[in-house]
Ligand binder design. Structure first.
Ligand code: KG4
Ligand code: ZN
Length: 338
């Protein structure tokens, strides 16, 4: 039986990535991080698209080489159509279209947020795939959603953020503390050395399955300003405790929402996805929820949490099986909905 090789291309934000998947199994997953943004404290869109432009050809070539195939073996090309930064999306979209035209193979557009969730269906020996229907908490730098997955492409949004994404809450808190971008992983690292109950922050009051993080960010900012005024060394002397307390507050909010979702839907199959699902505390808390509350939890492999093309390729593969291809006229969409 002939094998299906799908190339995935991801360029929605500041990582240029390409991956090859063969019948659901990852053969390669190459990611070029853009270091230029760290010095600016956030992603600079113009610089991101220029870096994608430089990275895209070598990254795709490496992905194909590492997979041990040639481009003529590819069955289809999948790419991120949105949501994301327009200038960044355009690079991946144009490149994917050109390559599909040149090779005369199908083109498959992929929604980045769906792909974060569908990364759970990458075939691996120890993979634990969630059965439908399941709940997924998708937490990244740009989005925060609780969805009910009735099928691969049958997705109901149960709730989402009304302002900032949870990744932004991590990154902006880190910025207030003078930490470089992206600050989420650093807060995670320092939190492991601190006391999560050292300080407390007010949790937002929003609907049962809605999120809000902008008030929390302001609360943290005022808290830091107040304390630094009294003691200029406040941050330095208490960094671990501050990080642990901020992280604890954010993860408590996420766990409360998941509990609400379980209560409302009666579904106990709970997955997490997106960059923030790399966070060690949310991963630990889900493990505990499995033990204490009888939930079945699904935690993606670390390498499939933050932006990567393997998730784009697996989504492309699932669409390929359904014969769901896109027109060559398809366009990048910065605000593409799930
Ligand atoms: O999914 P992702 O790579 O990109 C978007 O689609 O936005 O998510 C990036 C976000 C950033 O805000 C980053 O700080 C956060 O994920 N992040 C973390 C951790 N690793 C990445 N936040 C908390 N703890 C982590 N370990
Ligand atoms: Zn993402």
């Amino acid at each position: 039986q002939e094998k299906t090789y799908i190339l995935g291309i991801e360029s929605s934000c500041d990582d240029t990535s390409a991956a090859v998947i063969c019948d659901g199994v990852v053969l390669s997953n190459v990611i070029a991080n853009q270091e230029v943004h760290a010095q600016y404290g956030g992603v600079v869109p113009e610089l991101a698209s220029r870096a994608h432009q430089q990275n895209i050809v070598p990254v795709v070539q490496q992905a194909i080489e590492k997979a041990g195939i040639t481009k003529e073996d590819l069955s289809a090309i999948s790419f991120t159509k949105g949501p994301g930064l327009m200038g960044s999306l355009l690079v991946g979209t144009s490149f994917a279209k050109s390559l599909a035209l040149g090779l005369n193979i199908p083109l498959i557009d992929v929604n980045h947020m769906q792909a974060h969730v569908l990364a759970h269906f990458i075939k691996e020996e120890d993979a634990k795939m969630p059965p439908f229907p399941f709940i997924c908490l998708t937490i990244s730098g740009g989005h925060t959603q609780i969805v009910k997955m009735n099928g691969y492409f049958d997705i109901e949004i149960l709730g989402e953020t009304i302002d900032d994404a949870v990744g932004e809450a991590f990154d902006k808190s880190a910025k207030i503390l003078g930490l470089p971008y992206p600050g989420g992983p650093l807060i995670d690292k320092y939190a492991q050395l601190g006391n999560p109950k050292a300080y407390s922050f007010t949790k937002p009051k929003v609907g049962d399955l809605e999120f809000s993080f902008s008030g929390l960010k302001t609360g943290i900012l005022y808290f830091i300003q107040r304390n630094v005024k009294e003691d200029p060394n406040f941050i330095k002397d208490n960094l671990y405790d501050i990080c642990a307390s901020i992280q604890h507050t954010i993860i408590e909010i996420l766990m409360d929402k998941l509990k609400n979702a379980v209560k409302q839907t009666g579904i106990q199959h709970i997955a997490i996805a997106g960059g923030v699902s790399a966070n060690s505390e949310i991963r630990k808390r889900l493990g505990l929820a499995e033990k204490h509350w009888g939930w079945n939890t699904y935690i993606p492999k670390f390498q499939y949490t933050t932006d990567n093309a393997a998730m784009i390729a697996i989504t492309g593969y699932l669409k390929y099986l359904e014969g769901s291809f896109s027109e060559i006229s398809t366009k990048a969409e910065a605000r593409l909905k799930v």
